[in-house]
Design a protein around this ligand. Structure first.
Ligand code: HAM
Length: 424
């Protein structure tokens, strides 16, 4: 038997109602802020991510699914959505005016060690905004994130953490200062951080292995921001205060992708263990130019859908169920009658699950119960001959006989979709 690959999973039909609910909430909130969906390919050129996300990032160094296609091109499965969005923006930027707001949802792929809330194929919901430079855009994006978390009922379980990562003007000198400090405490650092020290020293700050006291004493970016970055950060804090959005400044948050400038943020949840970021994002003002486009400031975020679903109430997003289950107690002509009736009802907009595998009345009624349909339509020899049906309300067990012509109107009435006088 061939099994699923480690770190990936099916979403079974019983769960898909919750996914649809989450996606519908996201689409609604994204639209409220003016975002329209961009669908990018699942695979891209490897260099898109090595340039955008950074050669020294964990994603590019060890987590990408890289392959060569039959034409010899080096491709990979997308590990995130921002780089593809930037590529798309640059390829089509002549045709559009700014700001450009796009959202996306879909699978991403990273070869990480699987654990609770961490998969090798996972799903992100994200938004990217190109054009605005000021902190107003950052604040609006965070308001959007919090609104979506509220809509799905998990805002109280989540804390918004913010930080500034500076810009090319102030990050260089800070990086030198941090590296010097790290060298002075070299022997107290974990093996991983000792290796990172020269290539990606900022990542040491959010290493989970390090002694918290050691981290607290490190020089922090926040204290080394240039005037522009400081004003941007203060502007953001002002907007968050005005909107009364709850936030916490986390000076140790650095993010694992190299493209961030200035604002970085994460929404972290209690109760998810070490994989506690449900949303993450920030500003990447330098990326479009780095990737060959006309310099354009941008800000965005992505959320991990599996993690959101772990936190969401199990009751949210009712399972998908048909309006009615069609029980066919008979063969040949009864089945043909059932098939015809089912199609007529579907043409009237009803969802109908027809029993197709025979069996006795008792077992078919069991199937009807499992389908969660509120109504069952029962057909037998007599009904087929007289072109009538027996309609059963599953909750109360009440049954009534009626002609096939009156069925649709009656079903719509019982489902509360129309008033009794016009339907029947
Ligand atoms: P990221 O922090 O790498 O950022 O991922 C964003 C979110 O995706 C995480 O906070 C988490 O919820 C989810 N996630 C990441 N990896 C996994 C995994 N292996 N299994 C399950 N969930 C995962 C980005 O991807 C950036 N592109 C975000 C961004 C958009 N920044 C600006 N615009």
């Amino acid at each position: 038997m061939i099994q699923t690959v480690r770190g990936v999973r099916d979403i079974p039909p019983e769960e898909s109602g919750r996914w649809l609910f989450l996606e519908a909430c996201a689409r609604r909130v994204f639209a409220q802020y003016g975002y329209r969906e961009l669908r990018t390919p699942i695979f891209e050129r490897v260099e898109l991510f090595s340039r955008a996300v950074g050669e020294t990032s964990d994603i590019v160094e060890k987590e990408m699914y890289v392959f060569e296609d039959r034409g010899g091109d080096a491709l990979c499965l997308r590990p995130e959505g921002t780089a593809s969005t930037v590529r798309s923006f640059i390829e089509t930027s002549r045709q559009r005016s700014l700001p450009w707001r796009v959202c996306y949802m879909g699978p991403m792929f990273r070869y990480e060690r699987p654990q609770k809330g961490r998969f090798r194929q996972f799903h992100q919901l994200g938004c990217e905004l190109f054009g605005p430079e000021g902190p107003l855009a950052d604040a609006e994006m965070m308001a959007l994130v919090l609104r979506l978390l509220q809509e799905i009922g998990i805002q109280s379980a989540v804390t918004l953490e913010i930080n500034s990562l500076g810009c090319p003007v102030c990050r260089g000198p800070y990086r030198e200062k941090l590296t010097a400090h790290l060298e002075s405490v070299h022997d107290r650092l974990c093996g991983n951080c000792q290796r990172r020290l020269t290539r990606n020293p900022l990542r040491v700050l959010d290493c989970k292995e390090e002694d918290p006291a050691l981290l607290r004493d490190m020089p922090q970016m926040r204290d080394h921001l240039c005037a522009g970055c400081e004003a941007h950060f203060q502007g953001l804090v002002g907007h968050l205060e005005r909107l009364r959005l709850p936030y916490r400044i986390n000076p140790l948050m650095v993010r694992g992708l190299d493209y961030y400038h200035r604002t970085a943020f994460e929404a972290v949840a209690e109760g998810l263990g070490s994989q506690n970021a449900v949303a993450a994002g920030g500003r990447y003002d330098g990326l479009v130019a780095e990737m060959g486009g006309v310099a354009t400031p941008a800000v965005g975020f992505a959320m991990g859908m599996e993690r959101l679903l772990l936190l969401m109430d199990a009751q949210l997003g009712a399972p998908i169920r048909p309006d009615l289950y069609l029980v066919v107690a008979g063969d040949g002509p009864v089945e043909a009658y059932g098939l015809e009736l089912a199609e007529t009802m579907r043409s009237a907009g009803l969802t109908v699950e027809m029993h197709l595998t025979g069996g006795g009345m008792k077992s078919q009624m069991k199937h009807a119960g499992r389908s969660l349909a509120p109504l069952a339509v029962i057909l037998g020899q007599q009904e087929a001959e007289a072109r009538t049906v027996t309609l059963k309300r599953m909750e109360t067990g009440e049954q009534e006989g009626l002609s096939a012509e009156r069925l649709i109107g009656r079903v719509l009435t019982l489902l509360g979709r129309t008033d009794a006088s016009s339907a029947e």
